[in-house]
Design a protein around this ligand. Sequence first.
Ligand code: ZN
Ligand code: ZN
Length: 139
Amino acid sequence: MQKYREIGLKLTPQRLAILEYLDGNTSHPSAEDIYREVKKRFPTMSFATVYNTLEVLRKRGNLLELTIDPERKRYDPNTSPHHHLICLRCKKIVDVHVDYRIDLPQKERESFEVFGNHIEFYGICNNCKQKGGVMNGSV
Ligand SMILES: [Zn+2]
Ligand SMILES: [Zn+2]
């Protein structure tokens, strides 16, 4: 929680509940997931409060916004460089902590200075695989 105080975010009890939910969370929740969880403790919580808090955190670099799930934006409080693997069926996202060395050839990166990369892997998780119909076209 200390890091959030340092960034000068005004901590209302509702915002604190959002931060607590995100702290160490590796499930890559959507704004809707966060709203649903935190509303259990704060029934008067509005979706706008959740969304605005996420935006503040994102702009300050304390939260990553992932676009790997085409249906909903997902959030990641772990801002250190890592990659992601998504299950195409249940949309579960897991972290991939492998440091891939990818050098962009000079002619591809033009005059850019490249800071990093983010690789999106996709497949079917074990849970979904056991439910059968691995690749029936309706992932
Ligand atoms: Zn799955
Ligand atoms: Zn992640």
